[in-house]
Design a protein around this ligand. Sequence first.
Ligand SMILES: Cc1ncc(COP(=O)(O)O)c(C=O)c1O
Length: 437
Amino acid sequence: MDYNDNLPFWECMSNSKELFSRAKKVIPSGINSPVRYYTPYPFFVTRAQGSSLWDADGNRYLDFCNGYGALLLGHRRKEIVSSVASQLKKGTLYCAPTELEVELSELVSKNFPSMKKIRLVNTGSEATMTAIRLARGHTKKKKIIKFEGCYHGAHDYVLVKAGSGAAHNGISVSDGGLDEVSKNTLVVQYNNSEELASVMEKERDVAAVIVEPVLANMGLVLPEKNFLRNLRKLTLENDSLLIFDEVVTGFRMSLGGAQECYSIKPDITALGKALGNGFAIAAVGGKRDVMDMLSPEGKVYQASTYAGNPVSVSAAVASVKTMNKNKNKLYPSLEKACRSLASSLGDLASDMGIPHQINHASSMFQMFFTDKRVVDYTTAKAADAAKFKKLFNGLLKNGIFVAPSQFETVFLSFAHTDEDLKKAIDAYEKALKTVKR
Ligand SMILES: Cc1ncc(COP(=O)(O)O)c(C=O)c1O
């Protein structure tokens, strides 16, 4: 047991403890998404601003979870709050088209030139589900290939050997998921284009290959040289579509996402998270001929009551404009801060003699307790998760909130100050001492 209810740290969270016991009576496991669960109980949030969260006991945490990557601009960014406030005066749901939706789609297409046409949806899961259905409709093929440890949402097409909470909780295929569906989802190791080539050579019925171009749901795992290029080549050669799931990387790695950083043009892209910077909105887009297959003019069905709702869309328009306006500072400064943070944390762990790896890219990083390079699901799983739990507890105790799992990523936001980063290094130093013990 690293910490238990009797230790002073958790006593500082007595209101959260009480709320958790109330929650458990009416909410399965007491939380509304599995990754929010950790022992002995999670802190309950009352408010957030900039880089900070406050809990029900008045404790303040520097937020390095950042809505699992959504909050690139930090909490309550003023341009977004004021855009939403003015939209609230005009109504929250019309279920009829608005100019705002056109404006947002134009903005997204400008930043992501591969997304010629766009449908707005509410969540990343809806975006990947629609992307896969489109690929099947377009190619008239049945199977999809995904990579072990990539997480594309909680629907049956992709919940096979997924990362994030599924990896954390050891779930390969969810109970209640249909074998008839998951057998059409073939799984290949991330960063293994040879394996992909051999699967595609044998299997002619592949509608699409779906990938997180930078894998942010097994901790952080970077694509090896030519991996993404090989995916593009193999999908073209085999008349399959390439789907980039940029729900995490879109707008976070650069204005044009990972596809801009690695100069690869996928056929379909899924966006979410940073698109709305804290509001529920996502998007699926791609080539005209593919996107034109969507109903009602096409025969691939997709629909949602809240899709394109003006509140989320006004937040996304303000987000995308703010990211564009600040691009010269936003991306270089976050990348520099992240690189320097990763390097300081690496030095701390090395000085303490703790075997570790740190993977980082743009404003994302993760520390793994292993002496082997982390390049895929197997090498990420080989890291010592018990040590990570100690790290998590130590960080929380010292006012730093990261996602409570080795199989998630640490995210910086534009709201983090130099002072915040110094506090993070200090907290990591204290937490790493508990890992060493
Ligand atoms: C890469 C990726 N794709 C899709 C999703 C699903 O998005 P949502 O949780 O909005 O449904 C996530 C969520 O974490 C994700 O990280």
